[in-house]
Design a protein around this ligand. Structure first.
Ligand SMILES: Nc1ncnc2c1ncn2[C@@H]1O[C@H](COP(=O)(O)OP(=O)(O)O)[C@@H](O)[C@H]1O
Ligand SMILES: CC(C)(COP(=O)(O)O)[C@@H](O)C(=O)NCCC(=O)O
Ligand SMILES: [Mn+2]
Length: 898
């Protein structure tokens, strides 16, 4: 490894840092690549398509965040859109990386092999970056202007490569919708020097809803009796639908297609009514306070129920139970009481119930009027509040006798702002598909005790300081969650919400139930999925009993992970601070999910494992296991020649078995498994590897080796496979002693081999840009690997200095490496890199290795070609649950294409 490995680490760290930030401000230095230092390899997924010719550092090279000037970038795309409503201002803004365009040898040679397509069909480029969602109260317009100004959003963001070249705000036009686009146009001109270009409000709501419903997976959900269920919308079967936007007032819009809609109705009894009347009647100081009060309320103190009129009886003849509300607030007329005699809690609940139910009912009548079955509700009145959604759903369900369905949107109040954003034609965002959008949940704003503390957190240091402040105070940090579900009764009646004493969490900026949307235009659906429409990566449904177990596993693993992460960055005070903040942040996410499993949309184990990696990246840990990975690579490479010699002494059939056994045995090196980490205290890497091999006993828990063997060896004259994609897992023994020798065997059979590895580090997984270094070392001991690696463009000058006759011999089938587009121990085949999608086109064998990729995800997924799934199960519970087996059992599942 020697010389190569050092360079790899440097590269790797830079690589990870380059994309580690989840806020635009957190971006890392780019200077080395621009000043001729080692290339910074970027995740291809977020490669922007700016004109970088003539790019140069603008400012001081010593700056931590040097500005980059792009003289030839003429694009004047704005990055901000606004919806200025009667109650709230909604902002959608875009941030992007000004990444370097340096490239590496591996990518260049791949491009030659597979061509340079990335699947974009547009005649103008769309940019990779992030969409953020933020809101302010309209009465606090100044705060909003300060926020825009501090982040320079009107000029494309503080880090924008464009605006620093042209500091004037003249001619900057920002798309805006809502009445405030008219009312406050002058204020924006005076304060920011920008003009607002007005977009029609209804058109924006519809454009936003159409985009979100088609592009975001699990955007829509139902909410009945406290149960949230995500709905998979078929993008080709969306229209017609009824859109009900509950803002200050309510708009009811019939939507028939893109740009085809009609505002068919509305009501002036809306969100403003609840908040306005509630404020007068209860003296609450904020909307959230009013909503929170309702949780402890009992509406029967003010509402006249059927039972009040019928002497406690149901009016069953027309289907009304005694608890049905006959007249909202009706009870107050027969009592000789003053306003002050009523509890604010009860008033708030009666009001909330009255308004929600009324809107649900009017919506249903309009759906009936136009024969529509789907009703989507948006607007910030809903505020992810369980009781509100249940009441609306109940009204729709009750009056339609179950024929119509109320659905809610996760980006509820941002429809108009998203629509206005979409109207910047040059973004081309309306063309984005679900697989090009990745949602992340960074620690975006400081919350504690359910209250927002200050504006969304800007940079890493602010985030860490905030975490520290509350760590010192010993205050529990939990990200915000919607409230507990209410209790409902049948037949049109509602009981008061089950008051579990939960506080209403703050919905500070974006973090109520939406995250930051990463736009990754180069991601694609894996073309070899047999049925992409029904693809579900997660094997186990986390929403039930499994949830608690996995949360415990991950919480218990946290101290060890923090140790490794801090050590990976030299154990400095800065690393310790970040490590601590990482642990707090990840625990806060876990706590939030424990309280509300659907808080981040549909969430499986793969998402949970990825969230952990994202959190590390958020606190700028580029590669927590780098030292371990290196040490294990070196130890394994040292014994590789002996292993290869041993294998070469065997006959073909024994060798194939030994190779598969070797892959399974070496998969024991998994620093994400508690049991394995405990094991590592008991011996050296090589000792553990030997022990693991010795314990291999067939039949394995799932053992399809014989079928695979038959397919490989039956016809000796024929090449069994043309191209195999090997999805590799861990560093060290796993790749060096397991997957590489298997790759070598396939190459000997004339099969082209593509090693598919992570784009970003995750646990001790090997990454795509680490592999060429490893292969180069291995190739020193093996001609097959050397020639194949050279043919695949992995070795820069493999032939140089090699004197044997093989130099002149025939060209080998190639060994290639592609990145998978992921930074997780699992893989979601709906979102893979374009280079993997391209490589897959000619593949007829897939080998998925490891627990993350072959068991937690994809175990039950079928492919269009033959698939071999290989893993050692390093978790007792999983072994029992999936296979009725035990920890360290092995899985060798072969699934022929037909
Ligand atoms: N923090 C908040 N402050 C004020 N109103 C809020 C808040 N959160 C939710 N709401 C509710 O959302 C409504 C505004 O919804 P929104 O969709 O933003 O409409 P608009 O565009 O009319 O401002 C308010 O009338 C109120 O009922
Ligand atoms: C994160 C992992 C999926 C990685 O496994 P791999 O894909 O490397 O085989 C696995 O280590 C895991 O599920 N760990 C948590 C369970 C445990 O500690 O037992
Ligand atoms: Mn792994």
């Amino acid at each position: 490894m020697a010389s190569n490995s050092t360079e790899n680490i440097t590269k790797e760290k830079q690589f990870a840092k380059g994309i580690s930030a989840t806020e635009p401000e957190d971006k890392e230095e780019k200077k080395e690549s621009l000043t001729g230092g080692p290339p910074v390899i970027q995740r291809s997924g977020s490669r922007p398509q700016l004109d970088l010719s003539g790019a140069a550092i603008h400012g001081n090279f010593e700056d931590r965040y040097p500005t980059i000037l792009l003289p030839n970038q003429s694009d004047d795309i704005s990055h901000l859109a606004l919806d200025i409503g009667g109650s709230l201002i909604k902002l959608v803004y875009f941030s992007r990386h000004a990444e370097s365009f340096t490239d590496d040898y591996r990518k260049n040679s791949l491009r030659k092999k597979f061509g340079g397509t990335n699947g974009n069909r547009r005649n103008y480029p769309i940019l990779g970056g992030r969409l953020h969602f933020v809101k302010f109260e309209t009465s606090k317009l100044n705060e909003c202007l300060d926020f825009i100004s501090s982040k320079q959003l009107h000029r494309g963001g503080v880090d924008s490569p464009i605006w620093r070249g042209n500091p004037s705000t003249e001619n900057i036009v920002i798309k805006a919708t809502g009445g405030g686009a008219f009312k406050y146009a002058d204020v924006f001109r005076e304060r920011l020097g920008v003009s607002l270009e007005k977009e029609d409000e209804m058109g924006s709501l519809v454009a936003g809803a159409n985009f979100l419903l088609r592009a975001i997976r699990h955007e829509a959900f139902t909410h009945m009796d406290g149960q949230k269920e995500f709905i998979q919308i078929d993008p080709n079967d969306l229209f017609p639908y009824l859109l009900v936007n509950i803002g200050s007032g309510v708009s009811i819009i019939k939507v028939d297609g893109f740009g085809k809609f009609q505002r068919v109705s509305g009501t002036n009894v809306g969100g403003g009514t609840y908040w306005g009347l509630g404020r007068l009647l209860t003296k609450c100081k904020s909307f959230d306070e009013l909503l929170e009060l309702s949780q402890k309320g009992d509406n029967s103190q003010l509402d006249m129920l059927v039972g009040d009129i019928y002497g406690g009886l149901d009016y069953s003849k027309i289907g009304l139970s005694a608890s049905t509300i006959a007249s909202s607030f009706g009870k107050t007329i027969s009592e000789n009481k003053e306003l002050s005699d009523y509890r604010p809690e009860d008033i708030s609940l009666s009001l909330l119930r009255m308004i929600s139910y009324n809107i649900g009912q009017i919506s249903y009548l309009n759906a009936l009027r136009y024969g529509l079955k789907k009703i989507f509700f948006g607007g910030f009145f809903i505020r992810g509040h369980a009781y509100t959604m249940d009441t609306i759903s109940f009204a729709v369900h009750f009056w339609s006798k179950g024929e119509a369905q109320a659905m809610f949107l996760r980006h509820e109040g941002f429809l108009g702002a998203v629509g206005a954003f979409m109207s910047y034609e040059k973004h081309g965002l309306d063309d984005l598909r679900a697989h090009q959008l990745v949602e992340r949940f960074p620690m975006g704003a400081p919350y504690v005790g359910g209250k927002i503390h200050g504006p969304p957190l800007g940079n890493l240091n602010e985030k860490i300081s905030w975490m520290e402040k509350f760590v010192q105070k010993g205050t529990a940090i939990t990200a915000p969650v919607p409230m507990a579900p209410p209790g409902t009764t049948g037949m049109g009646g509602f009981e008061r919400p089950s008051a579990r004493g939960n506080i209403l969490r703050s919905d500070a900026s974006a973090a109520l139930n939406v995250g930051v949307l990463h736009l990754v235009p180069t991601l694609e659906v894996f073309p070899l999925l047999r049925d992409p429409k029904i693809y579900e990566p997660n094997t186990i449904d986390l929403s039930h009993s499994e949830l608690e177990y996995w949360f415990t596993v991950l919480s218990e693993h946290l101290p060890d992970l923090v140790d490794k992460a801090v050590a990976s960055e030299g154990g400095t005070d800065d690393a310790k601070r970040r490590g601590d903040a990482f642990a707090r942040a990840f625990s806060a996410h876990l706590a939030r999910l424990m309280e509300e499993p659907a808080a981040y949309g549909k969430f499986g184990l793969a998402d949970l494992l990825e969230l952990r990696e994202e959190c590390l990246r958020e606190f700028q840990f580029g590669d927590a296991y780098i030292t371990i990975k290196q040490r294990e690579n070196e130890a394994s490479l040292a014994v590789l020649p002996d292993l290869l010699m041993e294998l070469d002494g065997m006959n073909e059939e024994d060798r194939l078995l030994a190779l598969i056994e070797g892959v399974l045995a070496a998969n024991i090196f998994d620093w994400g498994s508690r049991a394995c980490v405990d094991l590592y205290h008991k011996g050296t890497i090589i000792e553990i590897y030997r022990m693991s091999r010795k314990k291999m006993q067939r039949p394995w828990r799932v053992d399809d080796f014989d079928t695979f063997n038959k397919k490989m060896l039956t016809d000796k004259r024929q090449q069994p496979y043309k191209r195999a994609l090997l999805f590799v897992d861990n560093s060290g023994a796993d790749i060096v002693l397991g997957m590489l020798p298997l790759a070598r065997e396939l190459l000997r059979h004339g099969t082209e081999v593509v090693l598919v590895a992570n784009s970003l580090p995750a646990l001790n997984d090997v990454t795509a840009n680490e592999i060429p270094g490893i292969v180069a070392e291995a190739a020193k001991h093996c001609d097959t690997l050397r020639r194949a690696a050279e043919a695949g463009g992995l070795l820069l000058d493999a032939m140089a200095g090699i004197e044997d006759e093989s130099k002149a011999s025939t060209v080998s089938v190639p060994l290639m490496v592609v990145e998978n587009g992921c930074g997780s121990p699992c893989i979601d085949f709906r979102q893979v890199s374009s280079e993997l999608a391209e490589a897959a086109k000619e593949a007829d064998l897939i080998i998925l290795e490891g627990m993350g990729r072959a068991l937690h995800t994809n175990l039950n997924v079928r492919f269009k070609c033959d698939a071999l799934k290989l893993a050692m199960i390093k978790n007792q519970r999983l072994a029992e649950k999936l296979f009725g087996g035990n920890i360290y059992d092995c899985i060798c599942r072969f699934e022929p294409a037909d």
